[in-house]
Design a binder for this molecule. Structure first.
Ligand code: NAD
Length: 362
């Protein structure tokens, strides 16, 4: 990998390699862009096959956080960290405290949080060494982000519904929800309350069955999510579910869900959805409630304000859809463009000097 060429082309400000042989720490912190504020993003604990794979992941993920924050109106930059190792075997207090000191040494340029493979307990170990960590339990902590994320997804779906059928309401619409986890649980409740006919599937059938029984949704098999006739397909499980195999099977008019990285390949699969006349509500926009939730922890957590912000995902999504129409772009292109415009404007505004210099003799 030509590291500086890669950093230049992806636009990263800083990449920090963190090593501590005594605790086994091998971590990489990626700071993509701090034009809007300190960079924030979770720490992923993952067994990468090569160091290059870990660097690629942290670069991609940290850049994604810049766009998510920029488009959702949050005053944070994009950052992310990866710790290389097996989350089932390699975690220890010493390792997370060593990582916490590395985070502390950046003096707030990077604020960490949970991600795949890390938990509240791990964040508490990091907290012993630095205050630049969110997602910690207890008073002042932001707690479970899922209800906020789900409200954002529901709000984004209402905007997509308005643009498609002329009404915000999902009443009478058939919505297939893939996954019956944290986000899906709250989303299904809102959809059923709104009068939608909801179908739900999970690879753990008992989870989907319990959710269906409790809410009045219909249980379907995981293999049926792409073929069940519906108006909205909502991915709330894993990424890359919108791909060459699944797009031809979809019957929906809208794809809108909480899962990250739904498109297997943005450049290929976003146009394929458009060609099939399926509106794609960009994943990082509609699932930004999770980021809004931890961002609030940085300023002093305010749940009511966060829920209002998550409802604002409606306006953000609508603006993206309108911009895409006006500029003849894909929705994902419009969303990226809006994020880049906000970054450019704020960087410009911050470009003028407003300090108070000390001038000798004056
Ligand atoms: P979760 O682990 O609680 O739920 C995911 C569910 O998907 C699990 O029940 C799992 O069994 C199921 N699943 C996995 N593969 C499946 C498949 N092929 N078919 C059907 N079900 C399958 O996770 P979550 O917190 O609800 O997050 C869901 C998605 O949303 C993830 O992609 C996550 O990255 C993203 N996300 C979550 C939040 C949040 O606040 N929790 C915020 C932003 C993005």
């Amino acid at each position: 990998m030509q590291i500086f060429e890669t950093l230049y082309s992806m636009g990263h400000e800083q990449v920090v390699l963190c090593s501590d042989p005594t605790t086994g720490l091998r971590a990489i912190i990626g700071i993509h862009n701090t034009s809007l504020g300190p960079s924030l993003g979770g720490t992923r604990f993952w067994q990468y096959d090569t160091d290059e794979e870990a660097i690629t992941d942290v670069l991609r993920l940290s850049r994604g956080m810049t766009y998510k924050a920029a488009v959702s109106g949050v005053n944070l930059g994009g950052g992310k960290a990866v710790i290389i190792g097996d989350p089932r075997k390699d975690k220890s207090e010493g390792l997370f405290r060593a990582f916490g000191r590395m985070v502390e040494s950046l003096r707030g340029r990077y604020i960490t949080a949970e991600d795949v493979g890390t938990s509240v307990r791990d964040m508490e170990w990091i907290r012993m060494e630095t205050k630049y960590v969110t997602g910690v339990g207890g008073p002042g902590g932001s707690g479970d982000p899922s209800p906020v994320t789900a409200l954002g997804v529901f709000s984004g779906m209402r905007a997509a519904a308005h643009a498609t059928w002329g009404s915000d309401s999902l009443a009478g619409k058939r919505v297939v929800v893939q996954g019956a986890g944290n986000v899906a649980t709250y989303l299904v409740e809102s959809l059923v309350k709104d009068g939608a006919t909801v179908f739900v599937a999970d690879i753990y059938e008992e989870k989907a069955k319990a959710l269906a029984t409790r809410t009045g949704a219909t249980l379907i098999a995981p293999s049926e999510v792409f073929t069940t006739p519906c108006d909205v397909f909502s991915p709330n499980a894993l990424g890359a579910v919108i791909n060459d195999e699944t797009i031809p099977q979809l019957t929906c008019a809208i794809v809108c869900g909480g899962a990250n990285n739904q498109l297997k390949d943005e450049a290929t699969h976003a146009p394929m959805l458009r060609d099939r006349k399926i509106m794609y509500a960009p994943d990082y926009v509609v699932n930004s409630g999770g980021l809004m939730n931890v961002a609030s922890e940085v300023e002093g957590y305010d749940r009511a304000k966060v829920m209002r912000q998550a409802e604002g995902v409606y306006d953000i999504t609508m603006n993206i859809i309108k911009t895409a129409e006006e500029r003849n772009m894909l929705t994902i292109e419009a969303s990226n463009a809006i994020a880049e415009e906000r970054l450019r404007k704020v960087r410009h505004v911050h470009g003028s000097y407003i300090g108070s210099p000390t001038i000798r003799g004056v």
